[in-house]
Ligand binder design. Structure first.
Ligand code: SAM
Ligand code: SF4
Ligand code: SF4
Length: 332
C-alpha cells in the first residue's frame, strides 16, 4: 500500500468538479464589495473522461472512496452522468457528494440511480435571516430542507454539516440539534477553519467542538461512540435517549492530520495533498500532453510518497503565513 512520509495510506480522493458556486458563504467565498470572482474557463475544467481516467489510476493506487465536491458540484452539468461513470470503477467502495443542497431536490433521484451512496448537505441555520447572512442572501432554509427530504426518500444516506461562526449562527446550534434529532438525521458541527484568505478568519470567531458539545449536552445529554473506522474525522456521539447520532469535526481545536488519508483534485486537474497547500501539481496538463497511464501513476505515487503535510497540527506557527488556496477552488 502506498504510504506518505508520515506513514499515512492514500485512501480518499476528493474531486472538485467546478470552482463556481451559487452561494456566497461568508466563511468560504464571501461577497466582497468591488471584487469579482474570476472562475475557470470551460476548457480549463477536466472533462468527465479525464476525471474518469484519473480516478481509475487513483483507485489502482489504493483509493477506496471518492467524494465529489466544489464549488457547488450540482452546478456541473450532468453531474449524475459522471457519478455513474465513477461508480463503475472496480475496487471503488464508495461515492459521495458534498452540496449546499440548493439543487438537491432536482438531482437526488438521479444521483442515487447513478450509484451515489451518501450525501453531505451543508446547512448553517434554520432561521432564514441568519441563514441568508451566512450564505450571501442566496437561499432560504426550506429549499435545502426539501432537498434533504428528497435525498432521504430516494434512499440516500444524508448527513448535515453546520459550520459555526461566533456571533453569526451560534444561536442556531440548539434549534439545529433539536430539529435533526427529531428527523433522525446526523448533524455534524464543523469548526470554522482558516482555509483560504478571503474569509478574514480570526481564531476568536471559532466556536470549538467542546463548547458546542457542552452546550448541547446540557439540554440533550450525549454519550461518545467508537469511531466507525480508523481515520474518521468526525468524533461521534449519540443522544442518550435516542439512537440518533451527532458529530464534531474539530479541525482547529484537535487536528487530525496524523490520520489524514485524503488527496484532492481541483477542477482544473491539479493535485493537492492538503487543504492548506500553497501549490498543486498540474496532472491535467501532463495528461493532455500525452502521458500514458503508467506515467501518470508514477507521478501520483511520487507525490504521495513525498507528502509531509500536517498543517492543522502546526497552525499558528510561521508556516501558516504561506499563500493559501481558496476552499471553493481546491474542493472542500
Ligand atoms: N458547495 C458545497 C457545500 O457547501 O457543501 C461543497 C463545497 S464546500 C467548500 C465543502 C464544505 O466546506 C462545506 O460543508 C462548507 O461548509 C465547508 N467549509 C467551507 N469553508 C469553510 C471554512 N472556512 N471552515 C470550515 N468549513 C468550511
Ligand atoms: Fe459555495 Fe459551499 Fe463555499 Fe458555501 S461553502 S460558498 S456553498 S462552495
Ligand atoms: Fe489533512 Fe492537511 Fe487537513 Fe491535516 S491540515 S487534516 S494534512 S488536509
Amino acid at each position: 500500500m502506498l504510504r506518505d512520509q508520515l506513514n499515512r495510506p492514500l485512501l480518499d480522493l476528493r474531486i472538485s468538479v467546478t470552482d463556481r458556486c451559487n452561494f456566497r458563504c461568508v466563511y468560504c467565498m464571501p461577497e466582497i464589495e468591488g471584487k469579482e470572482y474570476c472562475f475557470l474557463k470551460r476548457e480549463q475544467l477536466m472533462t468527465f473522461e479525464e476525471i474518469y481516467r484519473l480516478a481509475n489510476i487513483f483507485v489502482g493506487l489504493g483509493v477506496r472512496k471518492i467524494r465529489l465536491t466544489g464549488g457547488e458540484p450540482l452546478l456541473r452539468k450532468e453531474i449524475d452522468v459522471l457519478a455513474g461513470m465513477l461508480a463503475n470503477i472496480e475496487g471503488l467502495q464508495d461515492i459521495s457528494l458534498t452540496t449546499n443542497g440548493f439543487l438537491l431536490k432536482k438531482y437526488a433521484g438521479k444521483l442515487k440511480k447513478a450509484g451515489v451512496n451518501r450525501i453531505n448537505v451543508s446547512l448553517d441555520a434554520l432561521n432564514d435571516e441568519v441563514f441568508a447572512k451566512l450564505n450571501g442572501n442566496k437561499a432560504k432554509s426550506a429549499v435545502i430542507l426539501e432537498g434533504i427530504e428528497e435525498a432521504v426518500s430516494n434512499g440516500l444516506t444524508v448527513k448535515v454539516n453546520m459550520v459555526v461562526k461566533k456571533g453569526w449562527n451560534d444561536q442556531e446550534i440548539l434549534p439545529m440539534a433539536r430539529f435533526f434529532k427529531e428527523k433522525g438525521i446526523i448533524l455534524r458541527f464543523i469548526e470554522y477553519m482558516d482555509v483560504g484568505t478571503l474569509n478574514g478568519w480570526k481564531m476568536d470567531e471559532v466556536v470549538t467542538s467542546k463548547e458546542i458539545h457542552d452546550f448541547i449536552n446540557k439540554e440533550m445529554p450525549l454519550e461518545p461512540l467508537e469511531a466507525n473506522y480508523l481515520g474518521e474525522v468526525a468524533k461521534r456521539y449519540r443522544y442518550v435517549d435516542s439512537k440518533v447520532e451527532i458529530g464534531f469535526i474539530s479541525s482547529v481545536s484537535q487536528a487530525f492530520c496524523s490520520d489524514c488519508t485524503r488527496i484532492r483534485l481541483s477542477a482544473d486537474g491539479k493535485i493537492f495533498t492538503c487543504l492548506f497547500a500553497s501549490n498543486g501539481v498540474d496532472i491535467l496538463s501532463v495528461m493532455r500532453n500525452g502521458a500514458n497511464d503508467e506515467e501518470l501513476k508514477s507521478i501520483i505515487e511520487s507525490i504521495w510518497s513525498n507528502r509531509r503535510d500536517h498543517y492543522s497540527e502546526e497552525r499558528g506557527k510561521a508556516v501558516s503565513a504561506k499563500k493559501r488556496i481558496e476552499m471553493s477552488y481546491i474542493g472542500g
